[in-house]
Design a protein around this ligand. Structure first.
Ligand SMILES: [Zn+2]
Length: 262
């Protein structure tokens, strides 16, 4: 049951032995495949950077073919890529405000992205297992259920879904926890897939089989924290592997305990 540690630097994949989440927004800055890291030992997952991309630009700079070509390179060169998220459209108010579209339109775009990416993958890398995973988007319990139905009606083989991303929950307030509980319960009624919560806060991590988080970085910045074992020259450990690994140790233990009791 991995807690994927959100990595600010893709090169962590080459030195860190913990499961990592790395954003395509960071990896795409590496222009030569020779400069990509090679996975040290742990699996990692690729985030399409949906929230940042959509709230800033309203659409993806890379079309599906370009994204698939990049992911194919990561898959072959970096190795240990467990899965990659589709180019989905988050449903937070700020994302909807940027695109001017509705929740339903974001859901349709998200499902279509998954279909486009899997089609391109079959064309460009037919001999390799497809890494893309579907991400559910929505704002209410009913709308997440609708997103699941849209995927089925659009031709996604729902019975074959092994990992299902659950998006648009990372910016929710802590008071929204009961609704997140209901969203997770509604999805579990429909699938036995592992549910991955994107950027969920501490109270909600036990609801999901897998989670990722960069909360450690925000916490270090807010507290202006310097880890006692950190010997680097920076004053604040907000991009620091020592601090991040220590945080991961504690949160992974907490997540495992919560899942054992679930
Ligand atoms: Zn540090």
């Amino acid at each position: 049951m991995p807690v994927y540690l959100g990595a600010p630097d893709p090169q962590w994949i080459g030195v860190c032995d913990r499961p990592l989440m790395v954003s395509h927004n960071r990896l795409r800055r590496i222009k030569s495949a020779f400069n990509l890291p090679v996975a040290y030992s742990a699996p990692w997952i690729l985030d399409s950077g949906a929230y940042d991309v959509i709230t800033r630009h309203g659409s993806y700079p890379d079309d599906p073919e370009t994204y698939v070509r990049a992911v194919r390179t990561y898959d072959v060169q970096i190795r240990n890529l467990r899965w990659a998220s589709s180019q989905d459209y988050p449903c937070e108010p700020e994302a909807l405000a940027k695109t001017g579209l509705t929740v339903l339109e974001h859901q349709l775009l998200s499902v279509q992205s998954y279909l486009d990416l899997t089609t391109w993958w079959r064309r460009l890398a037919p001999q390799r297992p497809c890494p893309f995973r579907l991400v559910m988007q929505g704002d209410t319990v009913e709308s997440y259920v609708r997103c699941w139905d849209i995927a089925g009606e659009s031709g996604v083989d729902l019975a074959a879904v092994d990992v299902l991303g659950v998006g648009s929950i990372c910016r929710r307030e802590r008071t929204d926890l009961p609704e997140i509980v209901d969203i997770v319960a509604a999805l579990r009624e429909r699938t036995t897939a592992r549910l991955h919560g994107f950027g969920v806060h501490a109270e909600a991590i036990g609801l999901f089989d897998d989670v990722d988080s960069m909360a450690w970085s925000k916490a270090a910045r807010a507290r202006r924290a310097k880890h006692p074992r950190c010997t680097a020259f920076h004053r604040v450990c907000s991009s620091c592997l020592v601090y991040a690994e220590d945080w991961h140790e504690r949160v992974a233990a907490r997540h495992a305990a919560a899942r054992a009791g679930a």
